[in-house]
Ligand binder design. Sequence first.
Ligand code: G6P
Length: 618
Amino acid sequence: MCGIVGYIGTKKAVPVLINGLLSLEYRGYDSAGIAVLNSSKSSDYELDIFRDKGRVKNLQDNKDLQKSDSTIGIAHTRWATHGIPSKENAHPHTNNDKNIAVVHNGIIENYDKLRTFLSNKGYTLYSETDTEVIPNLVDYYYKKNKDFSEAGLLKAVADTLNDLIGSYAIGVLSNNFPDQIIVAKKDSPLVVGKGDGENYIASDIPAVLSHTKNFYFMEDGELAVISKDNIDFYNTFLKKIKKDLKNIEWDSTQSEKNGYDDFMLKEIFEQPKAVLETIGTSFEKDKINLPLDDIKFSKFNKIYIVACGTAMHAGLATKYTFEKFAKIPMEVDVSSEFRYRDPLINEHTLCIFISQSGETADTIAALKLAKSKGSTTIAIVNVIGSSITRLADYVLYTHAGPEIAVASTKAYTCQTTLLNILALYIAENNLNNLDDKEVKELASLKKDILSLPQKIEDALKTADAVKDIAKNIYKKKDVFFIGRNTDYTVSLEASLKLKEISYIHSDAYAAGELKHGSIALMEDSVDVIGIVTNTKILPKTISNLEEVITRGANVYIITDQTIDNKAFKNIISIPKISYMLSPIVSVIPLQLLAYYVAKNKKLDVDKPRNLAKSVTVE
Ligand code: G6P
């Protein structure tokens, strides 16, 4: 999705902006642009815009831009929604007089009406974008209000926002006021980074993390006027408000590749540490310790886990632990479905929202819906201070560190770990629901959780074996993953990983469902990967795998079991752990498989086509 970076201070702005844009490349984009203020001979400032279709590199190669000494600027990477990727549609957009520039993330839903309004007022719109209405509306109100002071520009921005329906994070720069950037946000993330004699704006923290660790998180409806020494925040009615400055513990080197070819590979190998940090202090005492003391779990008769993509798969993987130990029926749903299906929620419902970014538009909407119906909401989020953390009643953080690759890996293992911990925490707070045998099983699962970092470390040793398999699989058109129970949920995640970065068609099936249709697809050229980690149902999945071999498929097995069957030649062994936690271990070779298959196909692993890291629009 689109990215925003802005700078005001004493340094040259262009390198700061370009580096910021480069660190946002992972979000996915198709064009990029920068607006800076250069002083002209007459001592006035000129607003100079540089933008183009394609990579940030085009801006790096632009000699005129590189010559700029400007110490203020706004920059953008665009992911096309309204209008094709082109120079004309790239941001920043300006008003007709070319003295107000705007970068915008989000979607203005009523842009057509606003374009007609502006055309009727004599404005020309040169692009096909929704964004171009914004600088022109600012211009319209600025002139209409006849207040040509700094406050007048802020008022014109606020008036413009009143006309907009949709989502936005905007940065506004004008050569009439060369010492300020105005920002505003609604339903699209924006942070203000505080420096010393310099300040930053960004849609994502990593864009400016190498400059500052101190951030203000803009809330919906807020505006800010940012100069190099000062930041003033306002509410929708332009009343000054105070905001808390938050310190982000992330280390900027965590946002670098540190010798790895790709962020995805680095993040796969970071998982032992990330999971260890996520377990953190929750196991300090005999009982699990989470900041949820004032929730009375006995009042809940239903749990919903709601999320998108990989985060949703983390929810699916832990349904078994929740139902076995917390003993509350649990349903897992995708946010985009949940929000529009009028789910049965009331004060007896616990709703858990999972999100790496904390900014996924559908998950935010689902959370707002759950709150409006009186349920208790817990968010499991990776990015500190993100929108979801500010909306939920309770927040549990995964400590994965910044995840840069579009394909999520370490966030998944951390989310799945934390959800298991939460399920056991609920169980410990409702212990009378468990019999003696279950109490012992709970203690044993807690031990297994503590062993996860080492088990993941051991599972990473499958990398070479996986690399060999990838040499065959990358030529294939279809790959299927099958498993039962938690192995099925990991199949879904493995299939998502493979398709998103290698573009090979892939599907996941519950092994027992094969006979009900999908087995018709099994033929000579097909590769099937079976995940087998649950002793109880091992013979069942094995017989399903034998059935597909009989129909000509090549079978690969990921297992922590001993499989003594000559029919299976390709077995990758992983460390043994309870089947409730096995997704956190068995996913490792499957993440590596997707990675090596994509590498064999010479694809850009970190920035797969058409995908975005953080989906901030519906
Ligand atoms: C996008 C990303 C996925 C991610 C999903 C949910 O599709 O590419 O990797 O799982 O969004 O994102 P969230 O930030 O809410 O976990």
